[in-house]
Design a protein around this ligand. Structure first.
Ligand code: ASP
Length: 359
């Protein structure tokens, strides 16, 4: 009888310790980790951006606006068609970005902004969410399409990032199209450089040079990067970003774009993210990886994760900009804290959304 009683007590203790009974907290944990609303919403999808900044309707002509929209539509249609026909997100991202790089409208490829020394130095990166492979190039002056170089570095070299002359030598070896440095030069960007330099000089007279560099007006003329994220029919997520960086940048400055996890990141377990904004802040806030990590470790939805980083973390540090993203369920996110961001998305039904301003 005594033995039976002690057996009963042991079973009772085991139950109350939660050994044999499921812990209600475990359940709660599962609910947060695997959000109940998170179901596949798109079999494939694609999103692009053409830079964020002070893009205001009052400063835009109807013709200019139509020109931007037409180029965004042309670019995204290239990627969408690849995905619809069962192509890979890698091809979709690369070919879509090529259209934007070849257009002088955006600060990537032709149309890249000028450095303080009146050169064009381009950065790019691409990441494959299926295996976490990545490739990035920094500070190139002669590679026509830096996103192609980033992909070659990812696929055909043992490295993740190459910079300057070395990256250009590798591009030649890989048979990529090489152009003279003047190819990237446009009058519009030269005028921006002159404006920024003039403002900087004026400010320097008033206050110390450090504050002048971060003057709000100067800051605003710097954005215009391009990016693309895509989910293909096989569930593979890819992110790509390409830029001329920031107008008036100095001394081999490299921004967030080729820094994996800052301006670009993809992981099939979470999402693909491409950023645009003030690179120094995007590096320090590890923007793209942070969004992925909030999904992976905290179970946040893509939208909540993007809000946390773009609406809170980046502005709290003093930076600005935006991101485009797609998660593994095909949810689409375009999130920015600036007045505008050139952007477009297409879902698996072929529905096209194009936007420029915040409202
Ligand atoms: N993030 C880029 C950079 O800092 C600039 C941009 O997005 O326009 O190089």
């Amino acid at each position: 009888m005594k033995k039976l009683l002690s057996l009963f007590i042991i079973i009772l203790i085991a139950f109350s310790c939660g050994e044999l009974v499921p812990n209600p907290d475990d359940n709660a944990e599962n609910i947060t980790r695997e959000h109940p609303k998170q179901k596949k919403v798109n079999d494939f999808a694609i999103v692009i951006h053409g830079g964020a900044g002070t893009i205001l309707k009052k400063n835009m002509t109807d013709e200019k606006e139509a020109e931007y929209k037409a180029k965004l539509e042309e670019a995204i249609t290239v990627g969408y068609t690849i995905l619809k026909n069962g192509g890979t997100s890698l091809d979709a991202v690369e070919k879509t970005i090529n259209v934007l790089e070849d257009s002088p409208l955006f600060n990537a490829g032709k149309g890249a902004v000028f450095t303080n020394a009146e050169t064009n130095e381009l950065d790019a990166s691409i990441m494959d969410g299926s295996n976490l492979n990545a490739g990035a190039s920094a500070g190139t002056k002669t590679v026509k399409n830096p996103i192609n170089l980033a992909r070659k570095i990812m696929e055909n070299s043992p490295h993740v990032m190459m910079a300057g002359n070395g990256a250009e030598t590798f591009a030649i070896e890989q048979g990529l199209e090489i152009v003279s440095p003047e190819y990237f030069s446009t009058e519009k960007r030269m005028q921006s450089l002159k404006r920024v330099k003039a403002k900087e000089m004026q400010k320097e007279k008033e206050i110390d040079s450090e504050s002048a560099f971060y003057d709000a007006d100067i800051k605003d003329s710097k954005f215009g990067t391009v990016g693309c994220v895509a989910l293909d029919k096989n569930g593979n997520l890819v992110a790509g970003t390409s830029t001329g960086g920031m107008t008036n940048k100095r001394y081999g400055r490299v921004g967030d774009v080729p820094i994996i996890g800052a301006g670009n990141y993809a992981n099939n377990a979470t999402c693909a993210v491409s950023g645009t904004g003030w690179g120094e802040y995007f590096i320090r806030a590890t923007v793209a990886h942070d969004i992925s990590a909030l999904i992976e470790y905290k179970g946040l939805s893509l939208e909540a994760a993007a809000n946390e980083v773009i609406q809170k973390k980046v502005p709290n540090l003093g930076g600005n900009g935006g991101i485009i993203a797609i998660d593994k369920y095909g949810n689409i996110e375009m999130n920015f804290n600036t007045a505008g961001m050139y952007r477009a998305s297409m879902n698996d039904k072929g529905e096209l959304v194009i936007g420029i301003y915040s409202k």
